[in-house]
Ligand binder design. Structure first.
Ligand SMILES: Cc1cc2nc3c(=O)[nH]c(=O)nc-3n(C[C@H](O)[C@H](O)[C@H](O)COP(=O)(O)O)c2cc1C
Length: 204
């Protein structure tokens, strides 16, 4: 069972099997139990151990605790009304569900270091790598996670509630236990994404 996948990671094949079976959970399908505070710290510690050109740590993580989900919802409802002054009932309910889904929520921020000579693109790659490690560690501990953005990640009102002027929201990472069997999704055919370089072949 996926939920137990983290139990025996003491040999190479089980690490490979973990990596081959990792898949996301839809945030709305993630139920209790979620990670303890200690487990969440462990997950985030793994997330920080990623390739990072220049050792810039161009990312950080903000935990939205259970007791603050109500305030998080209020923020989202307020932010949504900036572009949609008169939301319908369904929109308001969708925002409410988003704010309260899954037992744990981490808001991941991209924190570029503008003064560095390391290109911004490389810093963004490190942020993506950190988030994948976060997802993998979650999986290894027997939980599932869903990395989503949606309108809230691009709302200036929401961004300002979490981030400094130069930072952006890289995603909302919801974490919990899958309440239903996780669905597999189609993966790219390997031969579509792997090829041998042919010297002299310059045009694509
Ligand atoms: C930056 C980023 C933003 C994403 N935002 C959303 C989103 O808003 N809604 C969504 O359903 N999936 C979103 N996804 C996709 C899911 O996180 C996930 O990759 C997808 O459900 C497939 O799951 P997998 O991890 O099992 O491949 C996003 C992925 C990335 C990398």
């Amino acid at each position: 069972m996926l939920a137990r996948a983290g139990a025996m990671l003491n040999d190479r094949s089980s690490i490979l099997s973990l990596l081959k079976t990792r898949r996301s959970g839809r945030p709305r399908d993630l139920t209790e139990p979620g990670p303890s505070e200690e487990q969440l710290r462990e997950i985030l510690a793994v997330a920080t151990r990623v390739p990072d050109h220049g050792k810039l740590a161009p990312w950080r993580f903000v935990i939205v605790r259970k007791e603050d989900r109500g305030a998080f919802e209020a923020l989202l409802q307020r932010a949504y009304r900036i572009d949609h002054p008169e939301p319908g009932r369904l929109e308001t309910e969708a925002t409410q569900r988003f704010a309260h889904q899954a037992p744990a929520l981490v808001v991941a921020l991209f924190k570029p270091v503008a003064s560095s000579k390391i290109p911004l693109w490389e810093q963004q790659l490190s942020c993506g790598a950190a988030l994948l490690s976060l997802l993998t560690a979650t999986h290894a501990l027997g939980f599932a996670a869903g990395w989503v953005t949606g309108w809230a990640a691009y709302s200036e009102e929401v961004r300002r509630a979490f981030a400094a002027d130069d930072e952006v929201i890289a995603g909302f990472i919801f974490i919990g236990t899958p309440g239903i069997e996780l669905e597999e999704r189609p993966r790219p055919a390997l031969d579509d994404v792997i090829s041998n370089w042919r010297p002299g072949d310059a045009s694509y």
